[in-house]
Design a protein around this ligand. Structure first.
Ligand code: PRP
Length: 203
C-alpha cells in the first residue's frame, strides 16, 4: 500500500496516527522521500502534488487539503475527513475598505484561481484573477489587486499586514483520498485503515 503525504506538519500528524495504530515509529529519514515500513510505502510529496500521485495511481491513497482537491477538481475518491489542517478559503482585503464591492470588475490575486473564479462567477460579478504562487497578502497592499482569495488559518498573516477577512468561501481540512482503481482492488485493506484511524484519532 503506497500512501502520499503532504510534506510538513500534516505528514507528521498522519505518521503519528500510524504510529498509534501499528505501534511502530514512522519517520522520514533526513532528506529521504520514501519511507518503507510495516508493509506501507509512504511518499513525501509537495502538498499540491498529492492528488496527482493518487489520481495517476503512483500512490493508492493520500492525504490532501479539501481546498486543493476542489481547486484541482481531482478525479479521486474522498474517503475521510481527518480534521487536520483546518482552515478557510476567504476573500480578504484592506481593513475597512469595501470599495471592491463597487467595481465593475474585481481584480483578485490568488493561487486558488478556479475557486476564486467560480466564487465570483456564481455571484455574477466579473472578475480578473491574477495567479500568484505565495505571499498573496502583498498584492492588495501594492495595488496589484483589489482583494485576494487565500487560505486563512489563524488570521495572523492578514492582521499583521493590515488586511481583514471579507467573505468566507469555504471551509477546508485534510482529507484521506484514494485512487479509484486502488480502492476497488485494495478495498479491504483501505477500509481497515479507515476503521483504525477512526479508532485512534478523533476528528
Ligand atoms: C498560507 C496562506 C496565508 C497563511 C495563512 O500561506 O497563503 O498566507 O498561510 O495562515 P494564518 O491565517 O495562520 O496567518 P503559506 O504559509 O502556505 O505560504 P505562502 O505565502 O507560500 O502561500
Amino acid at each position: 500500500m503506497t500512501i502520499a503525504l503532504p510534506k510538513g506538519r500534516i505528514a507528521e500528524d498522519v505518521l503519528a496516527i500510524f504510529k498509534k495504530i501499528f505501534d511502530e515509529d514512522f519517520e522520514f529519514e533526513n532528506r529521504k522521500l520514501i519511507l518503507k515500513k510495516a508493509g506501507f510505502t509512504f511518499l513525501n510529496v509537495r502538498n499540491w502534488d498529492v492528488a496527482t500521485y493518487v489520481q495517476k495511481q503512483a500512490a493508492d491513497i493520500g492525504v490532501v487539503g479539501y481546498d486543493v482537491i476542489t481547486e484541482l477538481n481531482s478525479d479521486v475518491l474522498e474517503l475521510m475527513d481527518l480534521g487536520l489542517g483546518k482552515c478557510r478559503v476567504s476573500v480578504a482585503g484592506i481593513k475597512g475598505d469595501e470599495s471592491y464591492k463597487n467595481k465593475t470588475q474585481i481584480k483578485v490575486a490568488s493561487k486558488l484561481q478556479n475557486i476564486a473564479k467560480n466564487y465570483f462567477n456564481k455571484k455574477g460579478i466579473p472578475v480578473e484573477v491574477i495567479k500568484l504562487n505565495g505571499s498573496i497578502e502583498l498584492a492588495p497592499l501594492v495595488g496589484l489587486s483589489d482583494v485576494i482569495v487565500d487560505i486563512v488559518e489563524t488570521g495572523n498573516t492578514l492582521k499583521e499586514n493590515g488586511l481583514e477577512e471579507k467573505e468566507v468561501i469555504m471551509h477546508s481540512s485534510a482529507r484521506l483520498i484514494a485512487n479509484k482503481n486502488s480502492f476497488s482492488v485494495k478495498k479491504k485493506q483501505i477500509l481497515e485503515i479507515i476503521e483504525k484511524i477512526g479508532q485512534v484519532h478523533g476528528t
